[in-house]
Design a protein around this ligand. Sequence first.
Ligand code: EPZ
Length: 444
Amino acid sequence: MNSVLEKKNRSDILKICGGRPLKGEVVVQGAKNSLPKIMVASLLTKAPCILKNVAPIKDVEIIRELISALGGKVQNIDSTSIVMETPKMSLVPAKRLEDFSGQSRIPILLCGPLLARLGEAIVPSLGGCQIGTRPVDFHLSALRSLGAKITETPYGYHLKAKKLYGNKIHLDYPSVGATEQVLLASVLAEGVTELSNAANEPEIIELIAVLQKMGANISVDLDRVINIRGVSELKGFEHSAMTDRLEVASWACAAIVTNGKIFVKHATQLDMMTFLNKFRQIGGEFDVKDDGIFFWRKSKDLKSLALETGVHPGFMTDWQQAFVVALTQADGVSVVHETVYENRLGYVSTLNHMGAKIQLYQECLGSHFCRFGQRNYLHSAVIVGPTQLKSAAIHIPDLRGGFSYVIAALAAEGISTIQNIQLIYRGYGNFIEKLVHLGADILE
Ligand code: EPZ
């Protein structure tokens, strides 16, 4: 590894000299929003479970450590495959639990497996990106519906249930996490659980596929209803995780913002359809191959558009940040209505500091249903472009906003200094190596 990379992997600061088009190939591996949940599913059985296409990201490391803390073993088979086995399990002591508090939202998903195997669960208070209040009320009310007794503690939640029983559960909003919570908690419950208004993102369907491999009986019906018929035990699985469609979109936006051309190996069209339509609408071009997708800018000028994020199959909220950087380079006025999180546009202030012209509004600037209208949340943006971005000293607030700053710095004139890049490693494995490989000018 050359000196730039060695230094970068140690420091939490990245210096980028902008202005170079990114050209070449990057390999994208397993999805950050799928891998950790599949790892949690391995706790539902005593049998060994093999997971392939594992990305070198922090969110995987956190669950690896949690499985070990619970008494399980996670071993590498090769650089991208692991085997997980938890024949015996015990609760994580509160002191040790503190090590996990605030790091990620995944630990809340341990409730189901722990209750199924121990009749008790202690889970740390949550972390994750500060992009809204991110409550867990849907999770807790679903677990109570299945029979869990829950008390809140200074370090998180303490749950008890001799057995969980299937029930009818309705989500007020198709929450990804709450849907995963119900799946993981009801597969070993007694009886049938009917979950309505469930999320159905590709990562959810993948978790259902893994649970089915383990022996679960789950059907995904029309209009967001999922039926889970509880079984008495589950076996191990062997599974190769889906590619991270969120990372793919980030590289696609980097290609058009820097006016380069990037081949994203293992990118799959089926998971990206809505993104690809919008990408082409602003003037991006793509070519789908058997083993990946080429992304580049079709014409000199990018076109502005109106965009609304939404649950699947809508435009993912996690695609929004990198896409907004592309809209700062588009001719005319674009409008973005963020309908999933109330505070997912906070990162644009730094883009404005770099020369972008983005104004935020509390009004719903779009036709989609939104829970945040007239509630003082700045969740709509108007972007005037194109603007010449200029370098800046940047501090990263969250994962996706952080990578949008990297993309902006790649296009900006001059040298940008980006701090707190560890947050990016939560979802973008080896991203500095990838940038260097694509020709980015990364300074010592
Ligand atoms: C998952 O978060 C993803 N994270 C997020 O990706 C993604 O943006 C989100 O789903 C939506 O697709 C992981 O999978 C680890 P939600 P999650 O529950 O499950 C509200 C990234 O950058 N809500 O679908 O936490 C919530 O406040 C991250 O990769 C409740 O009100 O999201 C939000 O407004 C960011 N009560 C909406 O639902 C609850 O109990 C969607 O949240 C739960 C959620």
